[in-house]
Design a binder for this molecule. Structure first.
Ligand code: GUN
Ligand code: FE
Length: 439
């Protein structure tokens, strides 16, 4: 067991931050939170239970020893529920086209390079380093069609101690020949990735049809079957861009909406499912997402950069749809979940103005909740400081920002809006302190 002391801030519910100045968190040897409170939990234990914990504790035998982070903040680490590792080189580039020409002109040619394992190692090493740097301890990540490169990505994430779902991308139409896999290959490689990773570690496989325009009926159907048979989660894109939605209507004339196309193949909540963007989901699609427990992954920077539109997140929340946040590298340009929280709030404020005040905007605590506990539910008990939760946390030294007697409530606001990775001093994933990965 370990005990940490710091200013604790987290969001067990969206409505407000829970704040304990100089509070204590006790963490088991398995990395689970045992208790959270104002007092050192050891001081409250009877002699008998002290001895029993002491004898169970493999690490840090000296009970009651507290690792004190002084006046720093301790917050849940971030969860990024949508990004593309092979697009990392293009971050901050290629901002002059909207989705479909952007894919053809910039993104597909870049992803084709991941046939070369040396290139994949170079880019993926940097990518994993930045996840660590930005304090994102869990992520749902798209790889490419290339099994070896995707396995390498998973290995690098495991070596870094990060948690992730990694997807072997399935795509067999409407892309260059060299960036297509057959249905058989995609199924075989998804299973190979799943077998390599197993189900007990922090890095696992996820079924990843790129999007409906990339997958024939045969491929989508086969992916739905393995998702169900192997109980694998699913990630894809949905209702991101007007031209894309029109195209899907032509490709899937029998579907009642874009989401229904996935649903007909068993790729829409039959197992836990992430759908990125959802800028234009209509009532039918929203009803299906709610009924099937599908997550909307809101990627506001990407939606701006690709001129896609704005996802009405506050309305989704009001309607009981699950929502998480994502950076969508490299449609989104920056891997910091701090910036995504900020953009999510700002986007919701435009909706507020456009609805003449009818739809309220997101509060700071709500957006923080989306980036921590809401996204964390996809990984288990992750993203909050509650007993039984995985201890995924960041130690934040905001002393540079904290020069004028700010309250803790104000300090978390300033860190989110104007802080960055330089303020993150220590990172924990499942109780383990993660050292900086080599680049
Ligand atoms: N839709 C299909 N592929 C992609 C992608 O790589 N990025 C984004 N933003 N949307 C997509
Ligand atoms: Fe994406």
């Amino acid at each position: 067991m370990k005990i940490y002391r710091a200013n604790l801030l987290w969001t067990p519910t969206p409505e407000k931050f829970e704040i304990i100045p100089h509070g204590y968190i006790a963490v088991s040897d398995e990395g689970k939170i045992l208790s959270v409170g104002e007092q050192n939990p050891i001081e409250n234990l009877s002699e008998k239970s002290r001895n029993s914990i002491e004898s169970q504790s493999k690490v840090n035998a000296s009970l009651g020893e507290v690792i004190d982070f002084g006046d720093k903040l301790l917050i849940p680490a971030f969860n990024d529920l949508h990004l593309h590792a092979p697009q990392y080189r293009n971050n901050g580039l290629a901002m002059d086209l909207e989705l479909l020409p952007w894919l053809n002109t910039y993104t597909f040619p870049e992803e084709m390079k991941f046939k070369d394992l040396a290139y994949a190692r170079k880019i993926y090493t940097r990518f994993v380093h930045e996840l660590w740097m930005q304090g994102t301890m869990r992520a749902a990540i798209f790889g490419t069609i290339h099994l070896e490169a995707t396995q390498l990505l998973a290995q690098l994430l495991q070596d870094a101690g990060l948690g992730a779902y990694v997807g072997l991308v399935a795509m067999n139409r409407n892309s260059p020949e060299d960036l297509r896999n057959s249905t058989e290959q995609a199924i075989h490689d998804t299973i190979a990735l799943d077998e390599q990773l197993g189900r007990n570690g922090l890095v696992k496989a996820i079924v990843t049809p790129r999007f409906i325009p990339s997958c024939t009926e045969d491929m989508s159907h086969a992916l739905g079957v393995i998702a169900r048979e192997r109980q694998l989660p699913v990630q894809s894109h949905l209702s991101e861009n007007i031209s894309e939605i029109e195209w899907v209507k032509q490709l899937e004339p029998l579907s009642t909406c874009y989401g229904d196309a996935y649903n007909r193949y068993g790729l829409f909540g039959q197992t836990p499912t992430l759908m990125a963007h959802c800028c234009y989901s209509d009532d039918k699609e929203k009803a299906l997402m709610r009924a099937n427990g599908v997550y909307v992954v809101h990627c506001p920077t990407s939606n701006y950069n690709l001129a896609s539109g704005m996802s009405p997140i506050r309305s989704y929340l009001n309607e009981g749809i699950k929502v998480a946040l994502g950076t969508d590298i490299s449609g989104g340009h920056y891997m910091s979940m701090l910036r995504i929280i900020q953009y999510a709030i700002q986007t919701s404020k435009i909706h507020y103005a456009q609805s003449h005040g009818q739809v309220p905007f997101l509060s700071l605590s709500e957006a923080f909740y989306l980036a921590t506990k809401s996204g964390g539910t996809f990984f288990g008990k992750v993203g909050s400081f509650e007993p039984g939760y995985d201890f995924d946390a960041l130690v934040v030294d905001d002393s540079y920002l904290n020069f004028a007697n700010y309250s803790l409530q104000e300090r978390i606001g300033r860190f989110i809006y104007i802080g960055d990775d330089r303020d993150i001093r220590v990172r924990f994933c499942l109780g383990k302190e993660l050292k900086e990965p080599q680049i």
